[in-house]
Design a protein. Structure first.
Length: 334
């Protein structure tokens, strides 16, 4: 049995930053993640995507941020159970938790921090009858390596931040970029929308609004995307890749059976310390919900910091927690 102070479910950015904040308070952490590597969505979904809202980094690639967070956590020697899913928890007589993974790993801790991002997730797919036939043969739901699209004809679909951001990014990579959106208005950040229309004005992106992909063509590999546009009717667009970016469908998996208060696949928390309705279990990052919630990495970092302060008091009820700045004390490794 593995024993630790804080058991963190999820090794994404919030989980990794929790290790650092806990380490400052001399608390040890063990992380469990279904993915085979750390980094969560940063590493699995968009490792080469630039992120612009991390303080101190005007721009940083997602994988680079994950690497930096691991470097920051390393002095506190966290344990990892990767490629394993958190399955069952039980509260023991000493008021600690015993978690068992799908591979039989047993971990004991007085505090559990759920930092599982979107939980178990899968891409939302458009209703195209032969879509699955072209999966991995021109149809992708996640962009892991933008170089895969170098000098290729790419058709993206979607109206959110991911679709706009990737259309802008790929305009410097692909030979042709077409973005389809079923409405005229986009749901992305105003700066991204403005940039996309600027690129459309210079011919580097083709924007098709009031349109949607309705079919795919090809013999063993994608060659064309059939597009239905409101004003002009059907259009057949030659393409090497079709990338529908309609977001992810989150599923909490076994966590949903743990007696937590859940609202629309998110865990309700108290913003005082991001505790759940189950004493000793906290939830931070994209997996939690509360009034005014913003699903931003930097907000998750704040939640992790506050949660750890509360966890210390739960783990050490007889000790006085004295808050100290790292600029004064530095970082003392284990």
């Amino acid at each position: 049995m593995i024993k630790t102070d804080i058991l963190i479910i999820g090794a994404g950015p919030c989980g990794l930053f929790t290790v650092f904040e806990a380490g400052l308070l001399k608390l040890r952490c063990h992380l469990v993640d279904t993915l085979p590597q750390v980094g969560g969505q940063l590493s699995e979904i968009y490792p080469k995507k630039p992120i612009y809202d991390i303080p101190g980094y005007p721009s940083i690639l997602a994988q680079e941020l994950a690497d930096k967070l691991m470097e920051q956590a390393a002095p506190f020697k966290p344990g990892f159970s990767l490629g394993e899913r958190a399955e069952q928890i039980e509260r023991l007589e000493d008021d600690t938790f015993l978690l068992t993974t799908n591979r039989g790993t047993r971990i004991n801790a007085p505090v559990i921090a759920i930092a599982g991002g979107l939980g178990c997730f899968e891409p939302r797919k458009p209703p195209i009858t032969n879509l699955e036939r072209f999966e991995d043969k021109g149809v992708d739901y996640i962009i892991r390596n933008p170089e895969q699209y170098r000098d290729k004809r790419v058709v993206l679909a979607g109206g959110g931040d991911s679709a706009l951001d990737w259309a802008i990014f790929l305009s410097d990579v692909a030979s042709e970029v077409t973005l389809i959106h079923r409405r005229q208005q986009f749901r992305a950040a105003p700066d991204s929308v403005e940039k996309a229309f600027e690129l459309a004005g210079t011919g580097r992106i083709r924007l098709l609004t009031d349109a949607q992909a309705v079919g795919l063509k090809g013999n063993g590999k994608l060659t064309d995307v059939v597009i239905q546009q409101k004003e002009t009717g059907e259009l057949i667009k030659a393409a090497d890749h079709f990338i529908p970016l309609f977001g992810l469908s989150p599923k909490l998996g076994p966590i949903a059976e743990w007696g937590l208060n859940i609202d629309k696949n998110a865990i309700e928390v108290d913003t005082l310390d991001y505790s759940t309705n189950v004493p000793g279990i906290y939830a931070i990052g994209d997996i939690n919900t509360y009034p005014g919630k913003l699903k931003l990495i930097l907000c998750g970092f704040h939640e992790a910091t506050m949660m750890v302060q509360s966890a210390f008091k739960r783990i050490n009820p007889d000790k006085k927690l004295s808050f100290k700045y790292t600029t004064v004390n530095g970082v003392e490794a284990f």
